[in-house]
Design a protein. Structure first.
Lengths: 323, 323
């Protein structure tokens, strides 16, 4: 298939992997916004970095699968990785003006998704229930990840690479209103938080305007009426994938790529109605448990681990489906 | 009276106005922390500025009474005014790394004091009720100011001088838990907030360590248990002194000094059990209403306006007391 055709008025229409690579390395761009879902974002992001483009990163799976590789390559090519995920944008904003060594830890907030409190029995969750996110209007895959808290787990790993912090210094707090987008705790005990309406235009604008804040007409937080912000520790018994992500992150090497690949497959099966909601965790745990971690993987190791994990996840999911 | 005597072990004991001036201009100090209550802080602060000391300012009345004078003198002598009030410290922390023109406004949080909701009839408030602040353990004068919201009004004027913002860009929001100490709203709609336990050691340490954040062992905010932060617009019918302060601030010139002097006297009378809680507002309003504002006052104008306001406030308070 041709990766390029001419649309009307000289507009170029590109598609597929080749199209992604062409867009990622398009001449004349300073910054590439990568907003793909899943590991599909990895290769174009690497290509954009090699082409010297700053990366406005909305694709968390890229750093989850290949954080060491991507950040190392970015350093080598002198390009910046600018977070676009709302939580990481919040942390980045809170870090402005701070100095190395002043950060004690970060606190990622999580809406908790639609199943924070109910149904009590999560095996009853249907696809349409999982796609009904209370605060954010997003794609299907990330919406399911929000419902399992895997999304927060991926963000924990993403944060580790973006901000160079140990996992012990990355906390998750459930904040159902999604107004505080995340926080930084400093060595003096002071906490700085970024707040805003749940609207992705703000972090996108911040990344593209950085280091300047561009004026914007987005709706403002309204302080003229009563407002309540609540915070709870995450229920890790109910949402075990969050701890799975911490474990994969701590294992390091190929483990996060494997966990992420297994999760992508399991979510696909769930969205197709072929496995239940709780089986997403079972598939991911099983694939991660069987994987032999390679400690300092290169790109080929990561892609290979990803492929193997997907195959195994598919087999396991089909088995569960046949029950 | 001598302003100086020698205590044991060569420790110098100083007192009175002369003692304050000597402490404020003490040789060898880089920074003077002014933590007096009331207009008493003005002269030593001016002396410290003239002596080239940076000012860590915990005395809001200094900027309320003579904001233009104090900030002008600080600029002339190249000294910094570092906020120590928890709200202003919060805003200062939130502003780190931002550029001129990026601030849309600031949001000062207020606990709302002990009488936010009850008693319904504020004329029933006694001195001991007013001194029982829910979150902060402070001096008597500022605790009463918190109960009338005059404290927040003084802080609005203080913020105007510290951060150079019009009154229209300074909002007040009631936040009874005193965890978010204040916020900055930027031109893109993003809001940055500073959080911490209500403990003055943090803003003091931040001012003294600035521009570095020094590690500290203060207790941390605990995110491992449920937490609820609430926000309400201030009830200006119940606490009219907040709007009085905005009005005095907008009048400018000698008006804030006069309002502040009248408030100091009225609070003294209240603390002495000589006027009721609601009479504080009556005295302040009456004194401010009778004052002819002088637009560009020098120090003598301010001190004169302050003296006259105190005399008038005393006469009015005694009349109320005789009722």
């Amino acid at each position: 298939m041709l990766a390029e055709e001419f649309g009307r008025e000289g507009c170029r229409v590109l598609w597929g992997d080749e199209g992604l690579l062409a867009a990622a390395t398009c001449p004349g761009a300073h910054t590439v916004l990568t907003a793909l879902t899943g590991t599909a974002g990895l290769m174009p992001t690497l290509a954009a970095i090699k082409a010297g483009r700053d990366i406005a990163l909305a694709n968390k799976e890229t750093l989850v699968a290949a954080g060491s590789l991507v950040t190392g390559l970015a350093e080598k090519h002198g390009v910046k990785i600018l977070p676009v995920d709302s939580e990481h944008s919040a942390i980045w904003q809170c870090l402005q003006g701070s100095k190395p060594g002043e950060v004690e830890g970060i606190i990622l907030t999580a809406s908790g998704g639609p199943f924070r409190k109910q149904p009590e029995d999560l095996s009853l969750v249907t696809v349409s229930m999982a796609l009904d996110h209370p605060n954010w209007n997003m794609g299907k895959k990330i919406t399911v990840d929000s419902a399992t808290l895997m999304n927060k787990g991926l963000e924990v790993i993403e944060a580790r690479w973006l901000f160079g912090l140990d996992y012990g210094r990355i906390k998750v707090v459930i904040h159902p209103q999604s107004i505080i987008h995340s926080m930084v705790e400093f060595v003096d005990g002071s906490v700085v938080a970024q707040l805003g309406l749940p609207d992705m235009r703000l972090p996108i604008q911040y990344a593209l305007g950085y280091p300047r804040r561009l004026p914007g007409r987005l709706p403002r937080l309204d302080w003229n009426s009563a407002r309540e912000l609540t915070f709870d520790p995450p229920d890790t018994a109910r949402f075990p994938l969050l701890e799975t992500a911490y474990r994969a992150g701590r294992l390091g090497g190929t483990a996060p790529a494997v966990m992420n690949a297994a999760n992508e497959v399991a979510v696909e099966f769930f969205l197709a109605g072929r496995i239940g909601f709780m089986s997403i965790h079972r598939v991911v745990e099983e694939v991660l448990g069987r994987h032999r971690v390679s400690g300092r993987p290169d790109l080929e190791d990561i892609l290979e681990a990803d492929r193997e994990a997907r195959q195994l996840a598919r087999r396991l999911a089909e088995k569960l489906n046949n029950f």
